[in-house]
Design a protein around this ligand. Structure first.
Ligand SMILES: Cc1cc2nc3c(=O)[nH]c(=O)nc-3n(C[C@H](O)[C@H](O)[C@H](O)COP(=O)(O)OP(=O)(O)OC[C@H]3O[C@@H](n4cnc5c(N)ncnc54)[C@H](O)[C@@H]3O)c2cc1C
Length: 399
C-alpha cells in the first residue's frame, strides 16, 4: 500500500490542530493513500500555554499527555535539531541525548515561540514555563504567610504587593488572577483584602492597543474593580531586594515581581536549516509551504504568515495558529493531488480575556460593530476558546 509519513514537529496549539486537520482531510476525501502521522515533541504532553497564568495563582493542571489526546498516531519524545530536507529526514535527540534520524514524506514545523526573558540582573520571575509558574505561586503564598505574622505595617504592605511587568494579554490575565487568589487567601489568613495590591506596568499609553480605545478603558476599569492598578507609559527596570524600580523614577516595595514580556520565535529554528526572516520566523508562502522545500509546511508562532489579500501578517496567538492548522489539511491534500490549494485568510478581530474568579471579557468586531461581552458569559466564552484550542471541544471551522 502507498503510505505517506507526515512528520509534525511540535505539539503546541498549531501542531495538534494540524494533526486533526490532516487526518480529517484524508478521511473525508476517501484517499486510497494512507497517511501515517508522527508527532515529535520535546515534552510528553501538550502544554496549554495560554493558561500559564493559572498555575502561577493556584494549583491547576494545564498539560494533556499526547497519549491521551491521540490514540492513532505515533508520538516520539525528542528535540528536533537539523532537518535535512534534501534527504527528507529530521534529526532529533531523545531524553538520554541519543541522536536519531526520522524519514518523512511531508513535514509540518510548528515549534512555536519562547517567552521573552528579562536580563539576569533584573530580578523577579518571568512567567516562561510550568516551573516558573510554580515558583511564582510559592512566592506569593509565602509572602502572605509572612504578612499574616508581620507586625511592621510597612513590611506587611510590601509583602502583600505584587508587580506584574508587561501588560499584554498575558500580563492582564496574570494580574487579575493573582489579585483574585491573593484576596481569597487574605480572607483565609484574616488579612484585610484591601491591603492586597497588584500593579500592572504598561509601557504603552493604554491597555489593548490591538482593539478600540473604549475596550482598553473598559478592561482597565474592570481590573481596577478587581484590585489591579495599571500604570501606563512606564517600564519596570529591575526588582532588587524587594524594591521594583520603574523608568518614571518611582520605586514600588513589592514581595513579588512577575515579568510577562511577550513572545519570540523559537530560537531552535536557527539550527533547523529552514529559510528564516530577520526576526527568526520561517518563510512560507500563502499556503504555508516553506520556501524552496516542497512537502514542507510551517504554521503557528514560528512562521511568518501574511494574508495575500490585505498584506497583514498574523501575530503570535493560538487562535491564529488554530485557524491556519484547520486550513492545512486541505492544502496538503491539494498539493499531493496537484490541485490549487486554499490560501491564507486573516483571522477575524476577536480577543478574549480571563479576569480571575470566573469573570472574563470578550471583544469582537463584526460588520463594523464592536461587541463586548463581560461577566460570567464572557468567562464561559473564554473557557470555550481555551478548550477548542486544545481539542477538548470541536469547533466548526471552514478551510
Ligand atoms: C503566558 C502566555 C499567555 C498567552 N495568552 C494568549 C491568549 O490569551 N490568547 C492567544 O491567542 N494566545 C496567547 N498566547 C500565545 C499562544 O500561547 C501562542 O500563540 C501559541 O502557544 C502558539 O502555538 P504554537 O503551536 O505555534 O506554539 P507553541 O504553543 O509554542 O508550541 C510549540 C511546541 O513545540 C515543541 N517544541 C519546541 N521546540 C521543539 C523542538 N526543537 N523539537 C521538538 N519539539 C519542540 C514545544 O514543546 C511545544 O509543544 C499566550 C502565550 C503565553 C506564553
Amino acid at each position: 500500500m502507498n503510505e505517506l509519513i507526515c512528520l509534525v514537529v511540535g505539539g503546541g496549539y498549531a501542531g495538534i490542530n494540524a494533526i486533526q486537520s490532516i487526518r480529517q482531510a484524508f478521511q473525508k476525501a476517501g484517499e486510497t493513500r494512507k497517511i501515517r502521522i508522527v508527532l515529535i515533541d520535546k515534552e510528553p504532553y501538550h502544554l496549554r500555554k495560554v493558561l500559564l497564568f493559572k498555575p502561577a495563582a493556584h494549583q491547576e493542571e494545564i498539560t494533556i499527555p499526547f497519549t491521551r489526546m491521540f490514540s492513532d498516531i505515533q508520538v516520539i519524545r525528542g528535540t528536533v535539531g537539523r532537518i535535512e530536507h534534501d534527504q527528507k529526514q529530521a534529526r532529533y535527540r531523545d531524553g538520554e541525548g541519543k541522536e536519531h534520524t526520522l524519514a518523512y514524506d511531508i513535514a509540518v514545523v510548528t515549534v512555536g515561540s519562547i517567552v521573552r526573558r528579562p536580563k539576569p540582573d533584573q530580578g523577579g520571575i518571568a512567567l516562561t514555563e510550568l516551573k516558573a509558574a510554580a515558583a511564582i505561586r510559592q512566592q506569593w503564598q509565602e509572602n502572605m504567610r509572612q504578612a499574616a505574622e508581620a507586625t511592621d505595617p510597612v513590611e506587611k504592605q510590601r509583602l502583600l504587593t505584587t508587580v506584574v511587568a508587561g501588560a499584554g494579554i498575558s500580563g492582564i490575565e496574570n494580574s487579575a488572577e493573582l489579585a483574585w487568589f491573593m484576596r481569597q487567601e487574605a480572607g483565609a489568613l484574616e488579612i484585610d483584602p484591601e491591603m492586597i495590591k497588584v500593579y500592572l506596568i504598561n509601557a504603552q499609553a493604554r491597555l489593548f492597543p490591538e482593539g478600540p480605545l473604549k475596550v482598553g478603558r473598559r478592561l482597565e476599569h474592570k481590573l481596577h474593580n478587581y484590585g489591579v492598578t495599571v500604570l501606563h507609559e512606564v517600564k519596570a527596570l529591575q526588582e532588587k531586594e524587594g524594591m521594583v524600580s520603574l523608568s518614571s523614577g518611582e520605586v514600588i516595595p513589592a514581595g513579588l515581581c512577575v515579568w510577562t514580556l511577550g513572545l519570540l520565535p523559537n530560537p531552535a529554528l536557527r539550527e533547523m536549516g529552514l529559510p528564516l526572516t530577520a526576526d527568526g520566523q520561517v518563510i512560507v508562502d500563502a499556503s504555508y509551504r516553506v520556501q524552496g522545500m516542497p512537502g514542507m509546511y510551517s504554521i503557528g508562532d514560528c512562521a511568518r504568515i501574511v494574508d495575500p489579500a490585505t498584506g497583514r501578517a498574523d501575530t503570535m496567538t493560538c487562535k491564529e495558529g488554530g485557524a491556519q492548522a484547520s486550513r492545512l489539511g486541505a492544502i496538503v491534500l491539494a498539493d499531493l493531488n496537484g490541485r490549487p490549494a486554499p490560501q491564507h485568510k486573516g483571522y477575524m478581530d476577536a480577543y478574549c480575556f480571563g479576569l480571575g474568579g470566573e469573570r472574563g471579557m470578550v471583544w469582537t468586531r463584526q460588520w463594523g460593530l464592536d461587541m463586548i461581552i463581560t461577566g460570567r458569559l464572557g468567562w464561559k466564552i473564554r473557557q470555550y476558546t481555551w478548550d477548542i484550542a486544545s481539542l477538548l471541544k470541536q469547533p466548526h471551522r471552514k478551510p
